[in-house]
Design a binder for this molecule. Structure first.
Ligand SMILES: [Zn+2]
Length: 426
């Protein structure tokens, strides 16, 4: 009887080398050559980006295969042998985990995955769950990767999914600078956006499809349509050989990490989306960071656009008290300070009215009159005409920022954060 076998992997990489996506790519090709093709494109799941002990990029992987019961052991042997061979086990903090599960995805595993993407889960939760659903767990060293491996298998893409087509380098190139015809990347971006995203950062002129780490990834193209992503790759003029390609389904760019909460429920290390009113004017503090306070019916919280978000800070500075906004970001708490939302983006839902008062003009000579004090009228400084009943006019000032979504530029954006529909420049 053929059954669906799910395989999850995580934490095979370190800052210095390797990448769990590459380990998965090698395993998938090996299994395919043995006559076991994956049932669907593998899943690349980004976990809670605020996890203090996250691996670089915090990605976990999973794939599924239809196999006969008596062949399951062959698959398991290949997976475990490759993890042992390729994982950077020497490195402190690399704690691979591999999980095997057959049959349907239990609801409890899907819930666990949603939690691992949004907040913190413990090793105990992961191991208890694995036991209760009959998942087979393999821990290398401490095996923290079990958390991600389970989450990758259980992820049902609650917020939809995107694709990433990743090209891997041949071994001789690992650790050397990556090279590509830059012009071809800009041309590809122009032709394929918005069906691809995060190719380039127009605020800095930077090419964003190549990582800067010593890992085996040459480049990755992200997009919403697999056919467009593949044709985008063909538009690039590559400047080194590619060992293999893999198309992943992923929760990148879907906002899957955000929880809709009230201010009083914003948990440290979680990522949130909160609607409220700006309650203090944004100001720039030492270090170039911009801060303002947000309130809703449950309380107040500081929101920060840090210096590395560059131009985004100028947009934040346009907010005024009373603006109705939705803020997106991760909740941090530094010692001695109150909880702060590290902003990824905000949407100005309804702009507050900003007014200014204008003094009346002298009816005799046209000069702007001077106030004699509150409710005491005005006097002309030139001809001394006095009008005790004159009052200022209140005028509405036009705001430079309009309702809309404002995001940090691609270089400062988190993998999970959905790109903005529009870019506004002030
Ligand atoms: Zn006058």
């Amino acid at each position: 009887m053929p059954r669906l076998l799910h395989v999850g992997l995580d934490d095979t990489d370190s800052k210095k080398a390797m990448c769990t996506t590459y380990v998965t790519a090698v395993i998938l090709d090996e299994l395919k050559n043995m006559g076991f093709p994956a049932a669907e494109p593998p899943k690349l799941i980004r976990l809670n980006p605020n996890c203090p002990y996250k691996t670089r990029g915090n990605a976990a992987l999973s794939f599924s295969l239809m196999v006969e019961t008596d062949e399951v052991h062959i698959i398991k042997d290949v997976v475990l042998a490759k993890v042992r061979e390729l994982a950077d086990l020497e490195e402190r903090g690399t704690d691979p985990g591999v999980v095997f599960l057959t049959g349907r995805i239990p609801a409890s595993l899907a819930e666990f995955s949603t939690k691992a993407v949004k907040e913190m889960v413990t090793m105990k939760e992961a191991l208890d769950l694995a036991k209760s659903i009959g998942a087979e767990v393999h821990r290398f060293k401490y095996g923290r990767g079990v958390i991600g491996a389970l989450a990758a298998i259980g992820n049902k893409f609650d917020n939809g999914f995107t694709y990433e087509l990743t090209a891997y380098r041949t071994k001789v190139h690992w650790g050397t600078p990556r090279s590509i015809d830059r012009t071809s990347v800009f041309e590809m971006d122009t032709k394929t956006r918005p069906y691809t995203f995060d190719n380039v950062d127009y605020t800095t002129g930077e090419v964003r499809i190549m990582p800067h780490t010593p890992c085996p990834v040459y480049l990755g193209i992200r997009g919403t349509d697999p056919a467009v992503v593949e044709s985008a790759l063909k538009m690039l003029r590559l400047e080194e050989p590619v060992e293999r390609f893999v198309l992943y389904r992923t929760n990148q760019g879907t906002d899957a990490h955000l929880a809709d909460v009230k201010i009083s429920d914003a948990k440290v290390y979680s990522s949130v989306r909160i609607r409220g009113l700006v309650s203090s004017a944004p100001s720039t503090i030492r270090g170039g960071h911009v801060l303002f306070r947000l309130r809703d019916q449950t309380g107040q919280i500081d929101c920060a656009a840090y210096e590395p978000t560059k131009h985004f800070r100028k947009l934040v500075l346009e907010l005024v008290p009373g603006d109705n906004v939705t803020v997106y970001g991760s909740v941090k708490k530094h010692r001695g300070l109150s909880k702060t939302i590290n902003l990824e983006k905000f949407e100005l839902m309804k702009a507050a009215t900003v007014t200014s008062t204008v003094s009346p003009k002298c009816p005799r000579c046209g000069k702007t009159m001077k106030s004699e004090g509150r409710n005491k009228g005005y006097q002309c400084p030139r001809c001394k005409f006095r009008d005790p009943l004159a009052r200022p006019t209140v005028v509405e000032l036009s705001r430079r920022i309009k309702p809309g979504l404002y995001t940090v530029s691609p270089r400062a954006r988190r993998h999970l954060s959905k790109p903005g529909e529009s870019v506004y420049v002030i």
